[in-house]
Design a protein around this ligand. Structure first.
Ligand SMILES: Cc1ncc(COP(=O)(O)O)c(C=O)c1O
Length: 441
């Protein structure tokens, strides 16, 4: 076992393939359904909003997909990301557990999101698409796509969930700096937005509504495609560079993780770290795998595993997933990226099969852990990522109780430099726990 607290890889060790678990599943996923006919979707149904290369990746039977050289060149600007052992946090917790975290906040946008944004923008650029439209919750995904579009000389339009738009003006400015236009959602720019505003003029917005706006924008402009930052198979595929690197780095550290943890919005950072380990689980070995969501938006722990729309206006295909209902609007918690009513169909199936566990936390204990992490490890985490920290801390405390060591690995999906309003509320004693108002949950 190494004495170091930081594990780095050479540029030559950055993974050159994405890992696809679809062909290894015990049973194939239920197909997405057409939103109007409710018949299984055909690849060409998606062609108005996605390039064919990404549609192929969505359903690919290949166990590995080569990463194109131009994408590798951009990945290498910040990848491989570091893996840390949280020795100072371990000491503060007085735990025999070993806590490791894979830090994705070193990308220019500050999170894991560019891993897929760069890939999606590149494939769209190659297909001759001029502009990408998308939604953003916390602002991390919008920033990542704005960055990716500027790298390939493309235009970018971002529908930003209203409560995040108000909470994070500098995330918006970052996107503007990279050349993107940003609208608060619901906006009067689209039919879906105007309908949501008519129903609730003060709506805090939701990812479901913002997705409707972005999909409508793409579907009604021939030079524009849609880009999604989570949930879909090809998005999780692009994120598997995280878990592949982590495996090499854990080997360098001389340890095998016994539990893998990630926060869960739509599932992309969690899937990115976990999917290479899921392959081990499906082969009969491998660690426990734990997805963490907010009590405010508990898709995996309180949702139903059924077909639902990915957006509020029912423009997207129906997907079999854990869902709180496509019209669910969660309270405006600070982890904006975890305010999604649904979940990745792939990860939903793995939860339903018992391969992955899920757990939900309230906002206050999450921020207790975030501040403890900042005061020991130094990094101020994104509120989303802090959900994973809370769970890692609880696993480490359980190890202390049982007197048994445990190797914990979690994904620190991003930094919280644009989330300081949340920290201000917490430190000022004004932060609420964020309970959902709906009786449904
Ligand atoms: C830092 C960070 N972590 C996690 C998430 C949640 O998304 P996902 O579940 O796709 O990783 C987001 C979403 O915006 C995010 O910004």
């Amino acid at each position: 076992m190494s004495e170091h607290c930081k594990f780095l890889l050479a540029d030559s060790q950055v993974p050159s393939v994405w890992v696809n678990v679809l062909p290894s599943l015990r049973q194939p996923l239920d197909p997405p359904l057409h939103p109007r006919t409710r018949q299984p979707l055909k690849p060409e149904d998606l062609a108005p909003i996605f390039p064919m290369s990404l549609i192929e990746q969505e359903f690919s039977p290949q166990p590995e997909i080569d990463i194109p050289g131009e994408i590798m060149d951009i990945y290498r600007m910040w990848r491989a990301t570091p893996l840390y052992r949280a020795r100072r946090l371990e000491k503060a917790l007085d735990t025999p557990a070993h806590i490791y975290y894979k830090y994705e906040g070193t990308s220019p946008a500050g999170s894991h999101k560019p891993n897929t944004a760069i890939a999606q923008a590149w494939y769209n650029h190659k297909a001759g698409v001029r502009r990408l439209a998308t939604e953003t919750g916390a602002g991390q995904w919008g920033s990542a796509l704005a960055l990716a579009c500027t790298m390939f000389g493309m235009e970018c339009t971002v529908y930003m969930v209203r409560c995040s738009y108000d909470q994070k003006p500098y995330r918006r400015m970052m996107m503007n700096t990279w050349g993107a236009e940003v609208f608060p959602s619901p906006s009067d720019h689209t039919e879906a937005g105007r309908r949501a505003l008519a129903a609730a003029p003060d709506s805090p917005g939701s990812l479901g509504i913002a997705i409707s706006e972005a999909v409508e924008d793409a579907a009604t402009h021939s030079d524009t495609n849609y880009s999604l930052g989570s949930v879909l198979n090809h998005v999780l595929l692009h994120q598997t560079v995280i878990g592949q690197e982590a495996k090499l780095q854990m080997r360098e550290a001389g340890e095998e993780p016994e539990v893998i943890i990630g926060c869960f919005g739509g599932g992309s950072n969690f899937g990115g770290l976990a999917l290479p380990y899921v392959l081990d689980r499906l082969a009969g070995r491998g660690p426990r795998i734990l997805a963490i969501e907010p009590v405010a938006c508990p898709s995996l722990t309180r949702g139903k595993f059924e077909y639902d729309y990915g957006d509020t206006a029912k423009l997207t295909p129906l997907m079999k997933m854990y869902t709180l209902g496509h019209d669910f609007v969660p309270p405006g918690i600070h982890a904006g990226g975890l305010r999604y009513h649904g979940a990745s169909p792939l990860l939903s199936a793995l939860v339903a099969q018992g391969v992955i566990e899920a757990k939900a936390y309230l906002q206050l204990p999450v921020f207790d852990a975030a501040v403890q992490f900042a005061r020991t490890e130094g990094i101020v985490p994104a509120p989303e990522s802090a959900h994973a920290i809370r769970a890692a801390v609880d696993e480490a405390l359980a190890a202390r109780e049982s007197g048994r060591s445990k190797v914990i690995l979690f994904c620190l999906s991003g930094h919280g430099h644009f989330d300081l309003a949340a920290y201000e509320a917490y430190l000022g004693g004004k932060l609420q726990n964020g309970l959902p108002a709906s009786a449904a949950v």
